[in-house]
Design a protein around this ligand. Structure first.
Ligand code: IPM
Ligand code: MG
Length: 365
């Protein structure tokens, strides 16, 4: 049965990496994926067109699709725009409205890119960790929030960190389930030593563990986790944490791999509701439009989409395998360039991947 996929290229390098991803979507269609594409505006592009970073019409289209694939949002052009309508607010609204509470952010070190990491090769070799970040709660959405005038030129800025039991349990469940299919270990991170929301987080995850006795559970303070990620990242399998800590720890984990340009992510809600797939990197306005962007994170996000939302795990495997081969052959965009490799543009990377997919297909036939 046909599936619909909503493309939201967004800002900065978003549109150019999406052009390459479209090539891969078309390839998937030649292999029976039967994906119908729709397209819309998000972020600054939507703000410029409609005065808001996500229009109701676009949101409606997203709801009706099987999945949404987003490029990136934001840029200096919108720095002075009000928070409520900034490009980032469009992304946050999309996450919240679709109730995408579980954000899966893998950090995988490809053997061919081991030297791209700033850490020693022996520390990051074979690294494969998965951060499960809570995405629709916590301090990002907690009320009250604001900046108030205290008089005398003094002001007070405030946000609220809040979690309910059910918010913690549903994301915890996702982490335990995923760990079962991986190496069977969950590290839960909070600051239970200083925050009540962290104490509740630890208690709820501990209680939930009773249903997942086959999975090993450890608790870690988030600051210690930040340190352990640099000291010995291979100790981790699945890390589950709140919205803000997850934002920070996932950037750190991403950089262990050497390039943000390589990392995909998935945001999932209740079964049957559309998932949102996006690269972990931002809109990189400094290199936008120059053919320098690495399209692989978005293409790998599409692979996750095939696996989790479009029911095509074999095609997802084929894309991930092709990415590995292309890298093994020394094809590199500038962000992952190394001595002796061949530097290619954004579109050449897309073409190289298509060639690789076709070669692999011919070999298998
Ligand atoms: C991310 C980004 C977003 C976040 C921004 C763009 C709102 O940093 O997806 O990690 O903070 O969640
Ligand atoms: Mg972030």
């Amino acid at each position: 049965m046909a599936k619909t996929l909503m493309l939201l290229p967004g800002d900065g390098i978003g549109p150019e990496v999406m052009v390459e991803t479209r090539k891969i979507i078309e390839w998937a269609n030649t292999r029976g994926a039967d994906i119908k594409i729709k397209e819309g505006l998000v972020g600054g592009a939507s703000y410029d067109a409609f005065g808001k970073p996500l229009s109701d019409e676009t949101l409606k289209l997203c709801r009706e699709c099987d999945a949404v694939l987003l490029g990136a949002v934001g840029g200096p052009k919108w720095n002075n725009v009000d928070y409520a309508v900034r490009p980032e607010a469009g992304l946050l609204r999309l996450r919240k409205e679709l109730d995408l509470f579980a954000n899966l952010r893998p950090a995988i070190v490809f053997d061919a890119l081991i030297d791209a990491s700033t850490l020693k090769p022996e520390i990051v070799k074979g690294l494969d960790i998965l951060i499960v970040r809570e995405l629709t709660g916590g301090v990002y959405f907690g009320e009250p929030r604001g900046i108030e005038d205290l008089g005398n030129g003094e002001r007070r800025g405030f946000n609220t960190q809040t979690y309910t039991s059910s918010e913690i349990k549903r994301v915890g469940r996702v982490a335990f389930e995923l760990a079962r299919k991986r190496r069977g270990k969950v590290t839960s991170c909070e600051k239970a030593n200083v925050m009540e929301s962290g104490k509740l987080w630890r208690e709820e995850i501990t209680a939930l563990h009773a249903e997942y006795k086959d999975v090993q559970l450890e608790h870690m303070y988030a600051d210690n986790c930040a340190m352990q990620l640099l000291r010995n990242p291979s100790q981790f399998d699945v890390i589950v944490t709140d919205n803000l800590f997850g934002d920070i720890l996932s950037d750190e984990a991403a950089m262990l791999t050497g390039s943000l340009g390589m990392l995909p992510s998935a945001a999932l809600g209740a079964p049957g509701s559309p998932g949102l797939y996006e690269p972990v990197h931002g809109s990189a306005p400094d290199i936008a439009g120059q053919g320098k962007a690495n399209p692989l994170a978005t293409i790998l996000s599409f692979a996750m989409c095939l696996r989790y939302s479009l029911g095509q795990p074999a095609l997802a495997d084929a894309i991930e395998e092709a990415v590995r081969s292309v890298l093994d052959k020394g094809t590199r965009t500038s962000d992952i360039m190394a001595k002796g490799s061949r530097e290619v543009s954004t579109s050449q990377m897309g073409d190289a991947l298509i060639a690789e997919l076709k070669t692999a297909q011919a070999k298998a036939a």
